[in-house]
Write a new protein. Sequence first.
Length: 486
Amino acid sequence: MTLTIPTFSLISIGPWLTLALGAILILLVDALSKGRKTYFPYFSLAVLALAAFQTIDLWGAQSTDFARMVYVDNFAFLFYLILILGAALTILLSRPYLEEWGKDMGEYYALILFATVGMMMMAASAHMIMIFLGLEVMSIAVYVLAGFFREDARSNEAALKYLVLGAFASAFLLFGMAFLYGAAGGSLYLDELAKRLTDAATLTKPLTLLAIALLVVGFGFKVAAVPFHMWTPDVYEGAPTSITAYMAVAVKAAAFAAFARVFFLAFPAFHVNWHMLLWVLAVATMTLGNVVAIAQTNIKRMLAYSSIAHAGYILVALVAANQLGAVSILYYLLAYTLMNIGAFGVVILVARKKDSYLNIYDYSGLAYQHPGLAAGMAVFMFALAGMPPTAGFVGKFYIFSAAVQAGYIWLAILGVMNSLVSVYYYLRITVLMYMRPAEADLGPIAFTPAVTACVIATAVATVLVGIFPGWFYDLAMNSVKIFPSL
């Protein structure tokens, strides 16, 4: 018996290795040295920058590696860059916030890097088992990060709820993969699934339908789609605010990367059957997220329900299942990363003193006490509401245009109506800041350089990406050409 070792290139997964080795080095240094390690955030940012340069160097490659388990293509690389951006912005927000809680520890930054590795694995997976491995690497790190403030009951509750419900979701996903393996005749490679799931007999087989349903449940949990959203408000409220920002953008981006790759690549012949299921999920997710957000007075819970609504918008692009839909997913996730992390940056600055000011009415009169901070928050609220000339407006325009192009006129109309509903609770924050007298004396705010830079950079980028969307649109269009069915 001869043992054949498949050929592979470590360069293909260079960004993964860089982040993983950086995380391991942080853990070793943290364990072996004494005293405060103030250089961990800077080292983490340097590691992320190196991974970004490696990704840019790989741009243009199109192949598979590691026995066809990993895709090396521009679709994965563009998601790498979005995930790296989300992780870097989160780290910029983190250090002063962690110092207030006395939790500025090395493992925090290591866990963010490990979680980002898992997310990259999900974005590049060419095999269902690789998706599951990436999901677990990401999830385990995020479970710990959600409960990082061990002395805080809310943080413990957030971690426990996320762990228990996340385990159920992972089980659904794994069962779906197992059933799909049986329905497809013994393969979980995405390209082979597309070839095997073509005839009507296979597509309508109960095992295939059950597999698709279970996969939707698993991915639906990770993107916080209704009715699998129940964990989101409590976990977002209880988790450290910087981690809430990271979960809202990076976890969602990684889940949609895998979601899109599986449904666009493995099930193109099945679109007639699964599009209606996602149609219903998209409408329910948008509607519930926006309607319930109106009733929230805690800013983190409001942004949690807002994130549910935004997941619904991105599901609209998945339903469209055309080239513009795939492009709009990438564009919207970039825009959402910028405007959401920026909003959470303002929340961290205002809340301070161990999250003392998290009520939306604490923002009353903010424009008179701290006009620059209020202006930044107004930009993010306008962007999240989808107002021009911000990136949020362009992202929604692309998504709804994709739905119209695919013939889903009513879905686009319902999406626009939901956007109008969201204007109420986003502009409520702006009205409180500019048109109401202060209800809480916020006093002086410590504008630390890192958090201030993060808020300013995201505010400027949110506007610039909205005014000049063409450069990223071209990158995204180049990335989605890997899907032959679009």
